[in-house]
Design a protein. Structure first.
Length: 265
């Protein structure tokens, strides 16, 4: 166990995994705990959140599970109040929830646009809305938003207009919060993962390779300059840096974690 986040209270939103294996939020929650943080593991899926908690406790760390739909204000308010009631402070807010729906402006249904923007962007606004007052009172805090390179690049051959727009919004939200709260001891940064091999990509096989999962993995690997996709641990390690004192003067930054994908495109 390390001590880079010793005794800090970390709220990880999206701490469960959408399927077997390691998603970004799950890996980040475990990484934070391994470095001494007490982790409030939030997910819509209570079982997934508890699985992450059990891993942390099994390694000797401290964590609690909390079920919430963070696109709903009342749920977010209860989430923050429960964490503050338990621990009295929130030092780290890690926003990791996200979904995608395929389609361009013409093809995409309006309800899918609304859903993606609610989950991917509105939820980040709401967690900031209710966590920032506690951080402001403390005169300290680190907010880390998981965005995507899709917020600065558009993928070739597949239309994700709502996903692109939502992640671009996350980038702008991140920088706006960083600017407004910099003199209050609060930092806000974003991580922009590239092509990552996590459980979230499993449903994409129908779009990439007519349902052939292994073929999809091979195709995505070939698109990466390194010859393989990144993993949830790459995102988690970036989050650890941004949460730690090592990043004390890093604020409003969009940290690309993509194995050089965007610089080659």
């Amino acid at each position: 166990m390390g001590d880079r986040l010793k005794d800090r209270i970390a709220v990880v939103v999206g701490a469960g995994s959408s399927g077997p294996g390691w998603g970004n939020g799950k890996a980040t929650a475990v990484t934070f705990a391994r470095e001494g943080a007490k982790v409030w593991c939030v997910d819509m899926n209570a079982k997934a959140a508890q699985e992450t908690v059990d891993i942390i406790k099994g390694e000797g760390g401290e964590a609690r599970a909390h079920t919430a739909n963070v696109s709903v204000a009342a749920d977010v308010q209860r989430m923050v109040e429960a964490c503050l009631s338990q621990y009295g402070r929130i030092d780290i807010l890690h926003n990791n929830v996200g979904i995608a729906r395929m389609g361009g402006p013409v093809e995409l249904a309006e309800e899918d646009w609304d859903l993606v923007l609610d989950v991917n962007l509105k939820s980040f606004f709401l967690t900031c809305k209710y966590v920032l007052p506690a951080m402001e009172q403390q005169r300290s805090g680190s907010i880390i938003n998981v965005s995507s390179v899709a917020g600065i690049r558009t993928p070739k051959g597949i239309a994700y207009v709502a996903y692109n727009a939502s992640k671009g919004g996350v980038n702008s939200l991140t920088q706006a919060v960083a600017s407004q709260y910099a003199d209050k001891g609060i930092r806000c940064n974003a991580i922009l993962p590239g092509l990552m091999n996590t459980p979230m990509i499993a449903p994409l096989s129908s779009a990439y390779s007519q349902g052939d999962f292994d073929k999809m993995i091979a195709m995505r690997d070939r698109l990466c300059p390194t010859g393989k996709m990144g993993t949830a641990w790459d995102v988690a390690n970036a989050a650890l840096f941004l949460a730690s004192d090592e990043a004390s003067y890093v604020n409003g930054h969009l940290l690309v974690v993509d194995g050089a994908l965007t610089v080659r495109a």
